[in-house]
Design a protein around this ligand. Structure first.
Ligand code: FO1
Length: 320
C-alpha cells in the first residue's frame, strides 16, 4: 500500500490548462515525484527561432512567472521588439514579448550547438529555478498539422493564432510515428511512474501527439491512468477543443472526451458544473469523479491535484 506522498506521477500536458494542473501536482507532491511530459506538436520555426509554446507555458507556470492573463508568455512583459517588427511590416501575427524572446534566442542557440531538446529544456528549467522534471515528448521536430476544409494544410500555430482557429478543420495530421522516438528520459519516467495523469488539455492536439510517440501508449497502458476533462458542458475553457470536436463531427462533451480516451483511462475527472450525467461507453470499469476543475487560483490547482492523486492512489492500491 502506498501513501499519496509516495506516489511517482508522470503527467501528460499541453498548453495552459495542462500547465495549471502540473503546478497543482508540483505543489502537493514531494520534490522529485512528478515528471511533466509535454506536447511539442505546437512547436514551430519563427524568424529562424525554435518556438515551443507548451514547454514554455509549463516551465513559466512552474517558475511562477507566467502571464496570468493569457496563461502563456511571461508576466510584466514588454513588446518593443514586436512594435518594431510592425514598423518593419514584418510578420507580427505571433506575439513575441521581449523577455519571452530571450528564451527563444537561447533555446535556438543551444539547439544549434547540437544539444537535444530534452537537455536544452533541462538547462532552461535550471536557469528558471524550476526543479520539476519537464520533458518534451520527444527530441525530434514533430509538428501537428491541421488540414482545413478549404484544402490548406497549416501548422498548428498558424491555425490557432494566425487564423484564430476560425477556419473549418477537416483533419488533424500527426507526424509519422516511425520518424519519432521515445527519449530515455521519457521511457524512464513512464517506467518509474505509479500513476499517469492526463491533464485537462486538448485531447487531439495536446495529448494525442504525446501518445503518438512510439512506445508511449504501450508504456502508459500498463499503468493506472487518470484523465481530467478539458470540456465542461460542451465548451472548452480555452482554445479550440470544443470547436474541433464539432468540426470533426463529434459533439463536444465530457462523455466524448472519455470515449476518445476509451480503454486507456482507469479514472475520469470532470467538472461539478457538468449537467449531463456521463455515459460510460467503455467496457472496463472506469471510475468517474466529479469536482471543481476550473483552476483560476492556486488553491484550485492544488485541490484538483489532490482529488486526482486520491483517485489515482485508490486505484493504484486496489491494483497493487
Ligand atoms: N497565443 C495566442 O493566441 N496569440 C499569440 O500571439 C500567442 C503568442 C505566444 C507566444 C509564445 C508562447 O509560448 C505562446 C503563445 N501563444 C499565443 C499561446 C500558444 O499559441 C498556445 O498556448 C499553445 O500553442 C496552445 O497549447
Amino acid at each position: 500500500m502506498k501513501k499519496i506522498d509516495e506516489l511517482k506521477v508522470a503527467a501528460l500536458a499541453g498548453g495552459v490548462g495542462g500547465a495549471k494542473l502540473i503546478v497543482g501536482l508540483r505543489n502537493v507532491l514531494p520534490e522529485g515525484q512528478l515528471t511533466a511530459i509535454v506536447n511539442t506538436g505546437d512547436d514551430f520555426e519563427h524568424f529562424g527561432l525554435r518556438i515551443c509554446p507548451d514547454l514554455d507555458t509549463v516551465c513559466y507556470s512552474l517558475a511562477g512567472v507566467a502571464d496570468a492573463l493569457h496563461g502563456w508568455g511571461v508576466k510584466d512583459e514588454t513588446w518593443h521588439v514586436l512594435d518594431q517588427l510592425r514598423q518593419l511590416e514584418a510578420p507580427s501575427w505571433f506575439a513575441l514579448g521581449d523577455r519571452d524572446l530571450a528564451l527563444h534566442l537561447e533555446r535556438t542557440r543551444l539547439l544549434a550547438e547540437g544539444n537535444r531538446l530534452t537537455l536544452v529544456t533541462k538547462a532552461i528549467c535550471r536557469k528558471l529555478e524550476v526543479s520539476t522534471a519537464v520533458l518534451p515528448m520527444c527530441d525530434q521536430v514533430a509538428p501537428t498539422l491541421i488540414r482545413l476544409k478549404d484544402g490548406r494544410v497549416l501548422g498548428f500555430q498558424e491555425y490557432f493564432v494566425g487564423e484564430r482557429f476560425e477556419p473549418l478543420i477537416d483533419e488533424i495530421i500527426l507526424p509519422e510515428a516511425s520518424n519519432l522516438s521515445m527519449t530515455t528520459e521519457v521511457a524512464e519516467a513512464l517506467r518509474n511512474a505509479d500513476l499517469i495523469v492526463i491533464c485537462p488539455s486538448n485531447p487531439w492536439v495536446s495529448i494525442a501527439p504525446i501518445l503518438n510517440v512510439p512506445g508511449v501508449r504501450e508504456q502508459v497502458s500498463s499503468k493506472i491512468i487518470i484523465a481530467v476533462s478539458p470540456i465542461i458542458n460542451g465548451a472548452a475553457l480555452k482554445g479550440p477543443a470544443a470547436k474541433m470536436f464539432a468540426e470533426l463531427g463529434i459533439e463536444a462533451s465530457a462523455s466524448n472526451v472519455l470515449a476518445h480516451y476509451g480503454e486507456l483511462v482507469d479514472g475520469f475527472v470532470y467538472d461539478n458544473q457538468e449537467d449531463e450525467n456521463l455515459t460510460i461507453t467503455s467496457s472496463k470499469g472506469i471510475i468517474l469523479f466529479k469536482t471543481n476543475t476550473i483552476m483560476k487560483e492556486t488553491h484550485e490547482k492544488n485541490n484538483l491535484a489532490v482529488d486526482v492523486l486520491c483517485l489515482g492512489l485508490k486505484l493504484f492500491n486496489e491494483n497493487n
